[in-house]
Design a protein around this ligand. Structure first.
Ligand code: NIG
Ligand code: FE
Length: 415
């Protein structure tokens, strides 16, 4: 397991006195009692039982930090958020509680469109300032990698503004990936010209990519959003530029979106309450991750469960995420997502934690994180817990002591 050599230079830290939940293998927690992590700069150089520590890590050049029996897991990854937006939608929440559906509100021009209006009014700095406390709330529960989608700007300038505001969140001490979701809703100026808008979404993509703002391309394939044929055009533009795709698929109805996304080798299909057997088979075939979103399931008071048993059976990797957004999931707790993945979706605590770590990394196309293993990024969380299942068990209690992101301790952020 050792990768360190005598020629190593740079910052070297040995974290000892930990129970590790490495999630390094295909199954089980990968528990290592009396474990240690050897970190060189931003990488894990060695992970294992302290009794097997390689010779090169016993020298005076190594800073040793004893964690006093804490639990260490991989850093948490939120692979699906809409974190950058203006305004809020509590009035819409009241309407839904009185019986209006999410779909009805959207058709009446509320929903995503109302957030678009508020987001367009705000400048980049204001949007960034609004997003900072949201990101910090997620970080306080162990977030080390965050995905943020655009989709509330819906013009070239406004989408770019949101993506730039999102990227700047990386200054807080976490990794940020940005996803272009121009095909989220039809902006009012394109009313009745949906195909023209799809043309515009495709035309903006090279420009946004050139500005270094796009890691992946997403779309909302739904009755109230874009058709499979329109989604296909967006995906074709992404493919031309070599960008990976993701899809908001089968959230409110079955549109065969998952099969379409799988055809493009999508990194992930997200939501999936109405996913069909054919969609599952297509995702299994293409290695596409199923990203389940318990926050949206809960907040929209959805009763149709995503087909978890069938996904599991087919060997589709399952991730979970907050889907933080002002309409369908205004929550900011990763730990509550773990809990709800178990209570609503009947995932095991281990499956749920894999969903916020190794499978979330996969949903973002980031094989360098999500597990504790030599060679990966030194992103990990230190918890006041004896066993990792506790992370899915408590709710409303945060056992995080601190997180380490890219080898750097964020202790000061939480104290
Ligand atoms: O993932 N489904 C589409 N997009 C978001 C909701 C956006 C909104 O309501 O503002 C989602 O649930
Ligand atoms: Fe979403």
């Amino acid at each position: 397991m050792a990768t360190s050599t005598a020629t190593d230079t740079g910052r070297r830290t040995l974290w000892t006195g930990a129970t590790l939940a490495t999630l390094a293998g295909e199954r089980d927690w990968g528990l290592v009692p009396e474990g240690a992590l050897a970190v060189e700069d931003d990488r894990l150089a060695w992970v294992g039982p302290i009794a097997e520590l390689p010779e090169g890590w016993r020298g005076a050049d190594v800073e040793v930090i004893d964690l006093g029996g804490a639990l260490v897991t991989p850093g948490l990854i939120d692979c699906h958020t809409h974190l950058v937006y203006g305004g809020e939608r509590s009035a819409e929440f009241e309407l839904r509680l009185q019986g209006a559906t999410y779909e009805e509100i959207a058709r009446a021009g509320g929903g995503i469109r109302s957030t678009v209006a508020a987001t367009r009014r705000a400048g980049e700095d204001e949007l960034h300032a609004l997003a900072v406390p949201r990101a910090r709330a997620l970080m306080a529960e162990g977030l080390t990698t965050l995905e943020v989608k655009s989709g509330y700007g819906l013009s070239l300038e406004d989408e770019a503004k949101c993506l730039r505001a999102a990227r700047r969140l990386g200054e807080l001490g976490l990794s940020v990936r940005t996803t272009y979701l121009g095909a989220h809703a039809l902006p009012p100026e394109y009313e009745g010209r949906q195909d023209d808008y799809v043309d515009a979404v495709c035309a903006w993509l090279p420009e946004l990519m050139q500005q270094g703002l796009v890691d992946a391309v997403d779309a909302f394939c739904e009755r109230i959003a874009f058709s499979p044929a329109q989604t296909r055009r967006v995906f074709e533009s992404a493919r031309t530029l070599g960008l990976p795709v993701k899809l908001h698929a089968e959230q409110l109805s079955d549109q065969d979106g998952a099969a379409l996304a799988a055809e493009f080798g999508a990194l992930s299909c997200d939501h999936l309450e109405y996913l069909s057997d054919a969609g599952i088979a297509a995702m299994a075939e293409s290695g596409t991750v199923a990203v389940l979103l318990p926050g949206a399931f809960y907040f929209l008071r959805e009763t149709k469960l995503p087909p978890i048993a069938a996904l599991r059976e087919a060997g589709v990797p399952i991730a979970i995420a907050t889907d933080h957004n002002p309409g369908s999931s205004p929550g900011l707790s990763l730990l509550l997502m773990l809990n709800m993945a178990c209570t609503f979706f009947r995932m095991t605590p281990e499956e749920a934690l894999r969903g916020l770590t190794v499978n979330a990394a996969r949903a973002l196309g980031l094989p360098d994180r999500g597990r504790l293993a030599a060679g990966l990024r030194a992103d990990f969380c230190v918890w006041d817990a004896a066993h990792p299942r506790e992370l899915a068990y408590w709710f409303g209690r945060n056992p995080l002591r601190f997180a380490v992101a890219g080898g750097r301790s964020r202790m000061s952020v939480h104290q």
